[in-house]
Ligand binder design. Structure first.
Ligand code: ADP
Ligand code: MG
Length: 640
């Protein structure tokens, strides 16, 4: 018998499969998108590997994905078979890739899915946030059979076609050599889903077509073909021959009858003149159809349209852009916004591009924003994927999170990264992309205030980082930043300057990391300014102190910390009046000041009369050149 190796699933996989099977019932459709995406990845891998190893694929055999539905006569044994001519998997790879969780995101999914099952919010919208990959097969199948063969290579000179087989309710899977032998050719994978009774509607080709169109057509670079059988009316050779024979026989019979008749007539009365020659009735051949109906096998090309970035933006809907985004970057959160354009670099390379702003930034980004690398900018040449290893070459660091696809017309298909850098194309692309991102943000400011608030919530800190880091675009980035002030929310620096009081020559701010803006607004430092109608920026984010410290001014108006000395109202009359008031008070309270200085000399440098407070009796302030209370608190904490 066949030697079947039995393996147990990694415990996380068993949990995941349970959740998938039990709770995502209403999202069953996604299985097809996931399997096609895997097939596409596998072919991409084959093509990229073949760039350096021609033995793997010489460019000859077609690279494609096929889908076929099968059912036995009695409607039982419904199967959906998805095959690709990709990189395939060895027995070991079948076991590690399909039997363990490769993706870190999947374990996050598990934790969240289990929580939401407990608190009753359901896993429905979680599906939107994660791709579930291969395991989504079990949404529609009670048994899955994966036959696969890797290409011949130095490491694997005699590849064998193996099968991975698993039932939906098993906690184990089996791997064994395919009893059919090698049916897949030189490399590829064939996934057979034995459809559950409640999923036999996937046998319907129209349903498959609609799903592929919706979820996979923009993102699948390689052709997807659907096997279809149609009934066609064709000439029936046999019937035609039979009919011809019958006609010939009838003619011969008629001719014989005629000959007999004329002989008879001559014999009888030669004087009789015939008025009309009466043809003897020709016996007709029995009516028979000359065509027949046959079943014809056909492969329908499902993703024949050009990819989204190659199309005219006028022909694409928002939904097209959203579906493409999800399928292409496997980000299941809808993008915040996007821009689709074509251009020419100065070096003469024309290209088309779509840039997306994700609605959630990769959490990794803020861990090390200046060292962050992603592979989310995809460079294509004439629709064929070339590289995503571009990083800083096409994006400034503050924008390293952008997701973009760029398709260049005039680059050679085998272009290497080094060649790319020497073409100047990347440098020019960088400035074009940066400009487009800033334009997109500005468009949102101008056109869609609500959307811009969402943008600020996600990207507010990015603008601050960019303003510090990107000298060339500093002003543009600074103008995008929004602040909460004692007077309002989402205030830009330009709006702040418009709202300045007469004579005001500073941009006032109070900064304390981690405090709420409400608390900052209550601060003794703010209350006096507030009472007199001045606007104060309330800064509480990690980047804020670096931002004001680094930039010092906006449009030549300096930032001024209201907790530090150096604050000027610029309102001369009031200032003079206040000065006199202050001198008077200092005289009047001289004994108190002496007393307080004496009793607090170990804690403070000086005790003075102030006119900066309204409701609070006293405040401790830092010198202009000293540390702010905030920094001092951090210092003393670290000295402990
Ligand atoms: P992901 O695609 O995110 O890695 P999946 O669960 O979809 O997660 O797939 C797991 C792994 O199984 C893939 O990374 C790949 O290595 C392998 N795999 C899945 N489908 C195929 C296929 N059709 N051909 C080759 N390898 C595949
Ligand atoms: Mg996948």
């Amino acid at each position: 018998g066949l030697h079947k190796e039995k393996h147990s699933y990694q415990s996380d996989v068993a949990r995941l499969r349970k959740i998938v099977i039990n709770s995502l019932y209403s999202h069953k459709d996604i299985f097809l998108r996931e399997l096609i995406s895997n097939a596409n990845d596998a072919i991409e891998k084959l093509r990229l590997t073949a760039l350096t190893d021609k033995a793997i694929w010489d460019g000859g055999e077609p690279l494609n994905i096929t889908i076929k539905t099968v059912a036995d006569e009695d409607g039982k044994g419904a199967r959906l078979i998805i095959s690709d001519t990709g990189i395939g998997m060895s027995a070991d790879e079948l076991s590690t890739n399909l039997g363990t969780l490769a993706k870190s995101g999947t374990s996050d999914f598990l934790a969240q899915a289990e929580n939401s099952a407990v608190d009753g919010t359901g896993t429905g919208n979680l599906i939107g946030a994660f791709g579930l990959g291969f395991y989504s097969s079990f949404l529609v199948a009670d048994r899955v059979y994966v036959a696969s063969i890797p290409p011949k290579s130095a490491k694997n000179p005699n590849p064998v076609q193996n099968v991975f087989s698993s039932n939906a309710d098993d906690s184990s899977f089996e791997i064994f050599p395919d009893p059919r032998g090698n049916t897949l050719g030189s490399h590829g994978t064939e996934i057979t889903l034995f459809l559950k009774d409640d999923s036999i509607d996937y046998l319907d080709n129209e349903k498959i077509k609609a799903l592929v169109n919706k979820h996979s057509s923009y993102s699948t670079a390689f052709p997807v073909y659907l096997f279809s059988q149609t009934t066609e009316e064709v000439p029936d050779e046999e019937a035609i021959v039979a009919a011809a024979e019958a006609a010939a026989a009838a003619e011969a019979e008629a001719a014989a009858a005629k000959a007999a008749k004329s002989a008879e007539e001559q014999d009888a009365d030669e004087a009789i003149v015939e008025d009309e020659e009466v043809e003897p009735e020709t016996p007709k051949a029995p009516e028979q159809p000359l065509t027949k109906f046959v079943t014809v096998d056909d492969w329908i090309h499902l993703n024949a349209l050009p990819p989204l970035w190659m199309r005219d933006p006028k022909d694409a809907t928002d939904e097209d852009y959203e579906l493409f985004y999800t399928a292409f970057w496997k980000d299941y959160n809808k993008p915040l916004s996007w821009t689709h354009f074509s251009g020419d670099s100065e070096s003469g390379t024309s290209f088309k591009a779509i840039i997306y702003l994700p609605s959630k930034m990769d959490e990794e980004y803020w861990k090390q924003p200046l060292a962050y690398k992603s592979d989310d900018v995809k460079l294509m040449v004439k629709r064929v994927f070339i590289t995503s290893d571009l990083g800083e070459d096409v994006l400034p660091k503050w924008a390293a999170w952008v997701k973009a696809v760029v398709d260049a017309e005039d680059l050679p298909l085998n272009v290497s990264r080094e060649t790319l850098q020497s073409t100047r194309f990347l440098r020019q692309l960088k400035s074009i992309i940066t400009k487009r991102i800033l334009q997109l943000f500005n468009k949102l400011v101008d056109e869609d205030n609500e959307k811009f608030k969402e943008v600020i919530d996600v990207y507010g800190s990015i603008f601050k980082l960019g303003a510090v880091e990107d000298l060339k675009n500093r002003d543009k980035l600074m103008s995008l930043i929004r602040f909460t002030t004692n007077q309002r929310n989402y205030t830009s620096l330009d709006q702040y300057l418009e709202n300045k009081k007469q004579g005001q020559k500073q941009i006032f701010y109070l900064s304390e990391m981690g405090k709420s803006t409400e608390d900052l607004a209550q601060s003794v430092f703010v209350e006096k300014l507030h009472a007199r109608g001045y606007e104060v920026l309330l800064l509480n984010e990690p980047l804020d102190e670096i931002f004001v410290g680094n930039l010092r001014q906006y449009k030549n108006v300096p930032f001024q910390d209201v907790a530090k000395a150096g604050l000027k109202f610029g309102d001369e009359d009031v200032e003079k009046e206040e000065k006199e008031e202050k001198e008077l008070a200092t005289e009047r309270y001289a004994p108190l000041l002496v007393y307080l200085k004496e009793h607090s000399k170990d804690v403070v440098r000086d005790v003075v009369i102030s006119n900066r407070l309204v409701a609070s009796p006293c405040a401790v302030v830092a010198d202009t050149y000293g540390y702010t209370a905030n920094v001092q608190r951090m210092m003393s904490a670290s000295n402990k």
